[in-house]
Design a protein around this ligand. Structure first.
Ligand code: LLP
Length: 424
């Protein structure tokens, strides 16, 4: 659910007309709804109210510091995958004690920074990494709290680029070899293997893969305890899907009901890493129609947002709904068209073979469900400044990130002296 709705014939973000935002801030433009973000966080949090738990928002889905701060105020922590994300989290005022650090390629600098900041734990993805964290912690005179990320070999039935819990995936350690890893960890002087981590993929729209993975994780916690390993945290990752089109994913409550029966009596603190389910439907990308174009085979509508602003349709063939900002546009005759951007790539589209009302120059469109993996995946490809991000609350809005300008585009670049005209 979300708070983008038609009122008086036009699309509103909470109490603010989207057309007004477009006029005052220009397009393309990311718009987030405060009320939707808060509601999503609270509903998710409440679904786990019966067990000790910590919600570590997967900030890879949306890393604006205003949004991180908002979740932090609601009691959340962060799931991070880089030093840059930890830096952002700290700038946003999130306590490092609520931060878990995942990713297969953590560098020594990243590990040291995280240890110095005192994060809750590392999610360790390989034995090499485990030994390296031990070494870095030893040099700093610290003990590194870790969860070993196990790969339960569960099929999440999602897009192959975002399925992570299969044996062929680069993530995690084969669950069959997990016991050996914990034994190895117990021998390392600077490691406290206090947790178990298990994330199987993203945009998962059924409960059963979660239940299956939770069952395997719970069995492993019992087995580990049986060998004397002191497991205090179980991290079940993120991955709960959302409705982009006609998917009917489990609600957070149904998701909790699917996994809690096997986890409830484990006497662990449950860590959860939701991203998309919190932020996805809380944001839209607003864009303006530039031109129409037709040949015998196809009809194109060219808009001012491209794959550099929102790459999900190009990269994953993702479907995101397109809502005209002016409601009356919906009544126009409909045609199948490609909604394409200005980028010089045939793969640059935001909707393909989509039946849409006839669109005219300057019509405003909202690309829905763009709050997660939207702005964070935007780039400057084709030297396009990235769009601003705005947070709406009731009838007010605040620009939480300015539109980039042309100086931003060349920041840090220089022409060497050996090229004529270069300054050296
Ligand atoms: N935890 C771990 C270890 C992850 O790898 C991810 C996502 C999450 C949590 C959060 O998953 P979520 O709750 O958001 O599904 N760019 C892709 C999604 C990539 C997801 C990567 N990992 C997309 O736009 O669909």
């Amino acid at each position: 659910m979300h708070f983008f709705e038609y009122k008086n014939g036009e699309l509103y973000a909470e109490g603010v007309p989207v057309a007004r935002l477009a006029e005052e801030l220009g397009t393309p433009l990311y718009v987030y709804s405060h009320k939707t973000l808060v509601r999503h966080f609270k509903v998710f949090n409440e679904a786990f109210a019966d067990v000790p738990h910590l919600i570590c928002f997967a900030m890879k889905s949306n890393s604006n510091i205003a949004i991180l701060r908002l979740f932090s105020e609601l009691g959340g922590g962060l799931d991070i995958v880089s030093q840059g994300e930890l830096y952002r989290g700290i700038k946003a005022g999130v306590s490092p004690k609520k931060v878990v650090f995942a990713g297969v390629g953590k560098t020594d600098d990243e590990i040291a920074y995280a240890l110095e900041q005192g994060i809750l734990m590392f999610n360790v993805e390989s034995e090499d990494e485990l030994r390296n964290i031990d070494a870095v912690a030893g040099r700093l005179g610290k003990t590194a709290p870790v969860a070993i990320r196990v790969n339960p070999d569960v099929n999440p039935e999602t897009h192959p680029y975002i399925a992570t819990g299969l044996k062929k995936s680069k993530f995690g350690i084969d669950i069959a070899r997990a016991m050996a890893q914990y034994r190895a960890a117990a021998e390392l002087p600077n490691i406290d293997a206090c947790g178990l981590h298990c994330h199987i993929g993203s945009q998962i729209t059924q409960s059963s893969p979660f239940a299956e993975a939770a069952g395997k994780a719970a069995d492993l916690v019992h087995a580990l305890r049986g060998e004397g390993h002191d497991i205090r945290y179980l991290n079940v990752g993120g991955g709960l899907g959302i409705t982009y089109h006609d998917e009917v994913p489990p609600s957070p409550k149904e998701y909790a009901e699917a996994i809690l029966p096997v986890l409830k009596d484990l006497d662990v603190t449950l860590v959860l890493e939701p991203g998309r389910v919190i932020a996805g439907n809380a944001g839209i990308l607003v864009t303006k129609v530039l031109y129409g174009k037709e040949n015998e085979e196809k009809r194109f509508t060219i808009i001012d947002a491209g794959m550099n602003d929102l790459i999900r349709p190009s990269l994953y063939h993702a479907f995101q709904e397109v809502w005209p900002v002016e409601e009356a546009v919906r009544q126009r005759p409909r045609h199948v068209c490609d909604l394409v951007g200005p980028i010089c790539e045939s793969g640059d589209y935001l909707a393909k073979d989509r039946e849409l009302p006839e669109l005219e120059r300057d019509d405003l469109l909202a690309i829905m469900s763009a709050g997660a993996y939207g702005f964070v995946m935007a780039s400057n490809y084709n030297s396009r400044p990235r769009p601003p991000e705005v947070l709406v609350r009731d009838g007010e809005y605040h620009v939480i990130r300015e539109r980039e300008n042309f100086e931003d585009l060349i920041r840090g670049e220089s022409i060497p002296a050996f090229i004529s005209g270069g300054a050296g």
